[in-house]
Design a protein around this ligand. Structure first.
Ligand code: FAD
Length: 671
């Protein structure tokens, strides 16, 4: 059985990655041509890894369930990507990005990984600019930056509100070059349904062709999982509808430990839920908190008047508004990290100050920004006494240039003009910091099985700072994995092709086929969505923004019962040998129903509040931490890595104790 060795190189923090690269084994160019690598997922992490590995000379087989890598969930990323370039001259450095990330993650990340991430962040921007990614530029033509939560510098590079899409087009064009050369074989509309181990090493996968239903065997010398996050375990989230945990969960069941499953990011700025028949939540990018101010009314009479339609938010004077983030966190104001902002919104709404009919909304207001920019523009245009309309028009034009597409999206969904009336927002599930446990090499606890991007537990601890998921995914794919995997593959240069005609492939294929047969033939009563929605409700109510022992125990047994019912009563229409989205969903929800239970079990053993994990027993009602001692106690600074033992309830906990040598483990403060 694999042991939990994070394989962090020795030596001073700032030299670890350089020394590591200087001393690893390499595969020479001629030998790379004889080595195959499977990459499951072609979002930013998998796409960048596939392109780079193929460029290096390996034979890559890349898999995605969409019809093109361009449709990966990464395309949804709006706000930006961080890099410690210090273009603004505002005091940024590798150390500061490293520090902000470890602190932002509530001291639950590995120092060595995070420092490496900060170091390679700068290369990512150069790489993407060379690919033609149209990052925003300032008036003089230099790359522009904005700020994201939890930091005091501007280090976020962006392409309007479409950063993920533009970065993905860059990675996709790099992939396409290799697809054309035959170095990447691209399997669109293919879903990996199991990993195949031979002598304890990952040597292939079983995939289903989603168009024909055919089950295929694919072999390689190493397998890389880049399948994204599992936020859809909550049913409602800001993730793409197809985002799922299947690839990660399947490898977990074959021996890869699953780390920190309960660390979920609940993003503070999403469009509030409108009812029970909704299947998706929409994010309003964190970049909006650069200019938007968050508030609720100070007085309960105004709250009630707004809810009953007797008053509009614009009727309230400055004195009648509570800009609660600016009040509570003057140093960071509206740009506190996401977990802090989400908890503060929940606290105000729980106290009765929510501004929509359900009482679950706060305002995000651009009036001050429009005013400020408008006056500045008037000055620049030498208009000494601008009219109110002139100020509004000038200011609106600037806000529109910065966030136009986000405002348009909001207006389309809510049917209100956010330039004139403040947006309404509420926290929603957005990102999963937990994921497959990996060591410094990004290898899981199974030899030759790697995991990158959002699918691994990686670098963000208990809370990810905004704009750092794209940074981590591309760091993993372009700059880290291509080195670390070579060190492993150097032992495989004489192995030769891996045959798929073996008992290991046969057994894995049989398992996959019998599960698909079950779904098609079960003829139960309830749709897959019926179970997914029920699971989502349990997760949100008991394992959501606030958690307690009783609720977590209830969640575990409710999920177990729901899972048992699913396996008796689920109904999947259609056939196996055709395109069948319900069949795809059935497999994914079956995995969510197991992951959900492990998630609750993980939350149960975390007695302290940290980042997105908010244990009610350790907090006061106004959202301030009571269990401070626990939170920054060394005993709680660990990674929980779970070993599968046939049922989520039986999973065995392995702790990776975290070392803090270059940063002092202490209570986070954003005041
Ligand atoms: C609305 C929104 C906005 C965001 N904005 C930002 C932002 O501004 N900045 C930032 O840093 N982060 C942002 N994030 C987070 C960030 O977008 C994601 O964390 C990141 O894009 C994940 O990239 P990935 O490559 O790991 O996974 P994904 O992009 O999710 O790609 C997963 C890939 O795996 C494939 N796949 C999955 N399972 C299988 C399977 N079983 N078989 C075959 N293929 C499979 C899929 O087809 C896909 O190709 C945002 C997230 C959301 C939801």
């Amino acid at each position: 059985m694999a042991t939990l060795d994070s394989k962090i190189p020795k030596g001073p923090l700032k030299d670890k990655w350089t020394d590591y690269k200087n001393h690893i084994d390499l595969v020479n160019p001629a030998n790379k041509r004889n080595i195959d690598v499977i990459v499951v997922g072609t979002g930013l992490a998998g796409g960048s890894a596939s392109a780079t590995l193929a460029e290096l000379g390996y034979n890559v087989k890349a898999f995605a369930y969409q019809d093109s890598p361009r449709r990966a969930h990464s395309i949804a990323a709006q706000g930006g990507i961080n890099a410690a370039k210090n273009y603004q001259g505002d005091g940024d450095s590798f150390y500061r990005l490293f520090y902000d990330t470890v602190k932002g993650g509530d001291y639950r990340s590995r120092e060595a990984n995070v420092y490496r991430l900060a170091e390679v962040s700068a290369n990512i921007i150069d790489q993407c600019v060379a690919q033609g990614v149209p990052f925003a530029r300032d008036y003089g033509g230099l790359l522009d930056n904005r700020s994201f939560g939890g930091v005091l510098v501007s280090r976020t590079f962006y392409a309007k509100g479409q950063t993920g899409q533009q970065l993905l087009l860059g990675a996709y064009s790099a992939m396409n070059r290799q697809i054309a050369r035959g170095k990447i074989e691209m399997f669109n509309r293919h879903e990996m349904l199991d990993v195949v181990l031979v002598d304890g090493k990952a040597r292939g996968i079983i995939a289903r062709n989603l168009i024909t239903g055919e089950i295929e065997r694919h072999s390689a010398h190493a397998v890389v999982i880049a399948s994204g996050g599992y936020g859809n375990v909550y049913f409602l989230s800001t993730n793409a509808m197809g985002s799922n945990a299947t690839a990660a969960w399947k490898i977990h069941k074959k021996g890869a430990y699953f780390a920190n499953p309960c660390y979920t990011q609940i993003h503070p700025t999403c469009i509030p839920r409108s009812g029970d028949y909704q299947s998706k939540l929409t994010l309003m990018s964190e970049s909006l908190r650069n200019d938007g101010r968050i508030w609720v009314p100070k007085n309960m009479e105004d709250v009630m008047a707004i809810r009953e339609g007797r008053k509009k938010p614009t009727d309230l004077s400055e004195e009648q508004r509570d800009y609660y983030l600016e009040r509570r966190y003057p140093a960071f104001g509206n740009l506190v990290p996401r977990d802090v902002a989400s908890r503060a919104a929940k606290e105000r709404c729980d106290a009765g100050y929510g501004v929509n009919k359900t009482g679950e909304a706060v305002y995000l207001d651009f009036k001050s920004a429009i005013d400020r920019y408008g006056k500045e523009q008037a000055k620049l245009k030498h208009i000494t006494n601008p009219t109110a309309k002139e100020v509004y028009d000038f200011g609106k034009a600037i806000v529109e240039a910065k966030y136009g597409n986000l405002f348009q999206m909001y207006e389309k969904i809510v049917d209100e003009n956010p330039y004139e009336t403040p947006m309404m927002i509420y926290p929603a599930t957005h990102y999963t910091m937990g994921g497959v446990w990996v060591d410094y090499n990004l290898m899981t606890t199974v030899d030759g099985l790697y995991c990158i991007g959002e699918a691994n537990f990686s670098d963000h601890g208990a809370n990810r700072l905004g704009a750092s998921a794209l940074m981590q995914g591309l760091a993993d794919g372009y700059f880290v994995l291509p080195y670390t995997i070579g060190d492993y593959l150097s032992a495989d240069i004489r192995t030769g092709k891996i045959s798929t005609d073996t008992k290991e492939f046969e057994e894995a294929e049989k398992e996959v086929t019998s599960r698909l047969d079950f779904f098609i033939n079960n003829n139960g009563e309830h749709s897959v969505d019926y179970y997914h929605k029920k699971l989502g409700k349990i997760m949100w109510n008991n394992v959501g923004m606030a958690r307690n022992e009783k609720g977590l125990k209830e969640a575990m047994s409710e999920i177990k019962a729901l899972r048992e019912d699913f396996w008796k009563n689920v109904k999947v229409p259609g056939d196996q040998n055709e395109m069948n989205p319900e069949l795809e969903k059935a497999g994914r929800v079956a995995d969510f129903l197991e992951l959900g239970e492990l998630f609750a079990k993980d939350a149960l053993i975390r007695e302290e509040s940290c980042g997105g994990h908010f244990r009610e027993e350790s907090v006061e009602l106004d959202g301030l931490q009571k269990g401070e001692a626990k939170r920054n106690d060394k005993d709680y600074a660990f990674v929980s890595a779970w070993e599968y033992k046939g049922d989520p309830a039986d999973a065995i906990l392995h702790k990776e104790e975290l070392e803090f040598n270059d940063i002092e483990l202490k209570q986070r403060s954003y005041k």
